[in-house]
Ligand binder design. Structure first.
Ligand code: MOS
Length: 744
């Protein structure tokens, strides 16, 4: 008899890896349909004002053009109950494409040209003439800082800053050591490998099947149904593969609106695919201006923490994220004051981008902590240890688990932190200054209500299904591992179905909660199937398992048998045949434990160590090593887990050194809307990255003890690099990205 080892906890290659590298995996713009028409989006050339005239005659005259949709001829839409239909909408009014002549931001879609082929649509789009009446616009956040306001309504799921505790300003004034860091994180635009696209397949009276780029098929489905006033039964969203998303696919974006609108009107299948430059016309990480002041004793112990952030939002919505709360959470301090405000610009509404808020806020806090280490002469890691807390002081709760000190110790050891000479500019090699930098990372460990279905057939095949997505994180793989373990079958015997709105209810894949949530749902459904199978076996007369205590029974290797005597048992197919059952199919729903949610705080933590080399004369920075030590509860798959941290670190390198949407404020427009000018790390920019998972046992955070890993890898990385650059050069650059011009 072969013994199947537990799959959970072991490194496993992606079950969808082959499909992805061979092209068998289909993405939103790759689904085909008979008689498919193609849309091309025309974008606004101005940032604010109205469309005085839009002339589509020349474009319409082109053979092959089917229709040009503008605000003047768009079909009526329902826009029912929108806010309850998009799980991640912030307070305000959502953007409604082609709704009126009003221009709200540069790049706003103002027309959709639909034609027989993509080439005709694109060519015709170039013939659309638009006359604008412009109004004065604002895209410069610094110039609008005075207009910042506290958002009157909070975004659901986003915690506003906690009330002040103690007397932070007073404690700062009397603190022996005072540090103040003003910093800026620029707008960063989402550019996953797969640009946003939607292919809408027209099925006549059966409705539509929509292949959308989305992190939540059901979120897209309810958006489409409510916006177009359709019965949800007529809208199926099928998105089995997502070519990266990082938050850009949480909210339904305008490509899906336009494609569905055109398909319903033309009664024909339609695809709308955005170009790379159009990826710079919607959701982005908001530019944020921050001031952190820290007061401490000479021993480095914090006596005052103040953190103020002003972030951009659009004129339509109060987009919010958790930016400043981390400064009241991460370290022990009795006097804390945190403020978070928004300023409106003539831009598209910002949106979540990998660890929204934390990447920004923790950057500001952790460069200030580095300054404090410098000012007190205390080693940066030692400084964090002296301020360690085992209680979330924002909410006055203990943590479900917090192995952050182990991250510090293991990370420092792996990195060789003890070789660091404390003084800036004290380490060099040839013409390069060498710097070691450090920062802490933190992210929420969330679990959401989720359902899953498991189906066992007599051939021993197990199919699990839940509507969640795999945005590149490895969800297919971990769900397959969990299912295989629950029924003791090899992973090859498991089929995992996700990314389809018709499957059991699941939240969007985001917030790093999918492993904890969908994982627990799949586990619960599979365990129920196993229990039902054992129940059948016990009910069979003449069976060696008749009326046996279920606790004494094991299901493994396609058999149900007595744990103490594996020979006493039956094959799954025999049990099912003898019971007259052709399948066992059960659905389960899991919830986070409501009591734990009230009594405990749940977070993942990390310690990020970075080495940089800076050419002294040219100011060129190379990140040469990164060690990221992570405490994230139980690790389901060390291989895919490591890949997520690698990806987060690479994105953090981009944040530190490269990524920035540069606006021409006179035009109110992003100038570098392409990969030639909007820089992200390429292979040559990515150093040796060492990922460590520290042991963290957590029996409270989620049923599987899982915390999630999608976001923690980026948090702290930019600060560790900025701190390394300070250590190398003695220059504190707090305006990201840290480009050559800022170092010379
Ligand atoms: Mo994430 S920003 O919740 O995809």
């Amino acid at each position: 008899m072969t013994t199947v080892t537990p799959f959970v906890g072991t490194p496993r290659s992606r079950v969808d890896g082959r499909a992805k590298v061979t092209g068998a995996a289909r993405y939103a713009a790759e689904f085909d349909a008979p008689d498919l028409a193609h849309g091309w989006v025309v974008s606004s050339a101005v940032a604010r004002g109205r469309i005085a005239r839009i002339d589509t005659d020349a474009a319409m005259a082109m053979p092959g053009v089917l229709k040009i949709f503008t605000h003047e001829n768009r079909p009526r839409t329902a826009w029912f109950d929108y806010k309850h239909r998009d799980q991640t909408a912030p307070p305000g009014h959502p953007f409604r494409p082609l709704y009126s002549d009003t221009i709200l931001h540069s790049g706003q879609p103002i027309a959709l040209v639909v034609a027989e082929t993509l080439d005709i649509a694109r060519d015709a789009a170039s013939l659309v003439r638009v006359l604008y009446e412009t109004e004065e616009h604002a895209t410069d956040l610094a110039a609008r800082r005075d207009t910042a306001y506290v958002p009157p309504k909070k975004r659901s799921g986003i915690k506003p800053p906690p009330k002040p505790r103690g007397d932070a300003p007073g404690a700062f004034t009397s603190a022996p050591v005072q540090v103040r860091q003003e910093s800026r994180v620029p707008a960063e635009y989402h550019n996953p490998m797969e640009p946003h696209a939607a292919t809408v397949v027209w099925k006549g009276k059966d409705g539509i099947v929509v292949h959308d780029k989305t992190q939540g098929a059901q979120n897209s489905q309810s958006y489409i149904a409510s916006v177009f006033g359709l019965s949800p039964s007529k809208v199926q969203v099928v998105a089995p593969f997502v070519g990266g998303a990082f938050g850009s696919g949480l909210r339904p974006q305008y490509q899906v609106f336009l494609a569905v609108m055109a398909a319903l009107e033309l009664e024909r299948s339609v695809r709308v695919s955005l170009t790379r430059d159009q990826m710079f016309t919607f959701g982005h990480r908001p530019e944020t201006l921050q001031i952190v002041t820290l007061g401490a004793g000479r021993d480095g112990k914090l006596v005052s923490v103040q953190h103020d952030a002003v972030a951009e939002t659009s004129r339509l919505e109060d987009y919010q994220e958790v930016v400043v709360n981390w400064s009241g959470l991460l370290y022990r301090c009795d006097n804390v004051a945190l403020t978070y405000r928004l300023a409106q610009l003539d831009v598209s509404t910002p949106c979540d981008m990998r660890a929204p808020g934390a990447t920004i806020g923790v950057f500001a806090l952790e460069i200030a902590m580095d300054e404090l280490a410098h000012a007190t002469g205390i080693d940066p890691v030692e400084l964090r240890l002296r301020n360690h807390t085992d209680r979330d002081q924002n909410e006055d709760k203990p943590f479900t688990s917090k192995e952050l000190r182990a991250c510090y110790a293991k990370g420092a050891e792996r990195f060789g932190w003890s070789k660091r000479k404390p003084a800036p500019r004290s380490m060099r090699e040839g013409s390069e200054l060498v710097g070691y930098g450090f920062a802490t990372g933190v992210w929420e460990a969330m679990m959401m209500k989720s359902s899953a279905r498991a189906t066992l057939t007599p051939d021993g095949r197990l199919t699990v299904a839940t509507a969640t997505a795999d945005i590149g994180t490895g969800t297919y793989t971990i769900l397959t591992q969990i299912a295989a373990d629950a029924l003791g079958v090899p992973m090859e015997k498991v089929t995992t179905l996700i990314g389809d709105s018709s499957l059991p209810t699941s939240p969007i894949e985001g917030g790093s909660w999918a492993a904890a949530s969908s994982g627990a749902a799949v586990d619960a459904a599979c365990r129920s199937v196993r229990d039902a199978l054992i129940g059948l076996a016990r009910g069979l007369e003449d069976s060696p398992l008749a009326n046996i205590d279920p606790d004494r029974v094991t299901v493994r290797d396609g058999r149900v048998f007595l744990t103490a005597d594996p020979d006493q048992g039956l094959a799954i197919d025999a049990v099912m045949a003898a019971s007259g059952v052709d399948k066992i199919e059960l659905e389960e729903t899991v919830l986070p434990d409501p009591k734990t949610m009230l009594t405990h705080a749940a977070y993942t933590h990390s310690a990020v160590f970075a080495e940089v080399r800076v050419d002294e004369e040219l100011g060129i920075v190379r990140v040469t090593r990164v060690v990221n030590a992570v405490a994230a509860g139980r690790i389901l798959n060390p291989k895919t887990a490591r890949s997520q941290i690698l990806g987060g670190v690479v994105m953090g390198i981009g944040m530190a050194l490269e990524e920035e949407a540069l606006h021409d404020h006179k035009l109110g427009r992003v100038m570098n809307h392409n990969f030639a000018e909007y820089h992200i790390p390429v292979n040559a920019d990515v150093p040796d990255i060492d990922v460590l998972f520290v042991e963290e046992h957590d029996d409270k955070v989620s049923p599987l003890g899982v915390k999630g890993l999608g976001e923690i890898g980026i948090v702290g990385t930019a600060a560790a690099i900025a701190n390394a650059i300070f250590h190398a050069t003695g220059k504190r650059v707090n305006d990201l990205p840290i480009t050559v011009d800022k170092l010379l």
